[in-house]
Design a protein around this ligand. Sequence first.
Ligand SMILES: [Zn+2]
Length: 350
Amino acid sequence: MENPCLYAGTIMKRLIRFLPLALALTTSLPGTASAVTLVMDYSKDTSGFFAPASDARTSLEQAATDLSNVLANGQLGALSNNVITGTASGTNAIATWNLGFTNPSNGGAETLSNPDAVPGFAADEIRIYVGWRNLTGSVLGQGGPGSAGASLGGGGSPSNWIAAVNAMDTASDVMMNRGGGPIIGTLNGNLTLGATTATYSLEFGSFVGNLWFDSDTDNDSITDSSGTLNSFWNLDLGLPSGGQSDLYSVALHELMHAIGFGTSQSWTSLPADPNISGGHLSTGVTGLRITDNVSQEAVMTPTITVGTRKSLTTTDLQYLGAIGFDVIPEPGTTALLGLLGLGLLRRRSR
Ligand SMILES: [Zn+2]
């Protein structure tokens, strides 16, 4: 189930999709940074297209750095313990958390069963698993937040059960919401001990994400040669030429989906807003580029003109703030310049 995300151009139109959040209730960290750090994890990339010092890797890292630099430090807590216990008069309720993500090379489900173990999640650290896959049609890339699950149990006196579960729920939210940033999702349900049933609502924040880019741009079901990729994609940090899709721009867009923009419970809880359309800002919404104060269509609208680059705008930052991030510079002078026509949104195959 995917909500299509059009990244379209006036000449060529190309598609990006973001992944909806997958919640799983299964039966079954440190350092001081100057900002929220988006760690690109290449351990699941089997393509070789993110080789060290490659243009693609350099551009992705630059997009991650530019996004990091607008997310203030000190806002996300470390994951110091994935086993959360609530106690009431000797009765215990226990949640053992795991985190999940989609393998960026083969689409398989991956689970971090002990997410507080090495390397863990330090304060202000979000890890994004990146790679390349053969995507069909005009899809350029896909990204989204990871999932989370918890194994729940406990024991003691049924008369203290509800209090114990409530204590676990409260402690879990403190740890798993990280004290800031968006709420990615919530695990809801009931836990019964003897004849007593307690309800729980366990929230979790941004720890992991995943994204991948299209490595079959000519749609022949064969992974492209590096030469083919080089002509289709603008892989380096120089501005794209006409007809090229800009990896930096797509990376920036998908990284924002990976940390909850358009993809989190906090996003879907936002009030009705004409500047929002599904998981994106509405087509034509603009902002001021934070680098030079020039008006530009926001990164998080569904469309981009092929052959151009987008950089972060004040409007993108405003909505990062709306879903819970502490953003710098503080939005507030943002100019929402309204909607343009919808003609650009029309999809066209390449
Ligand atoms: Zn998108």
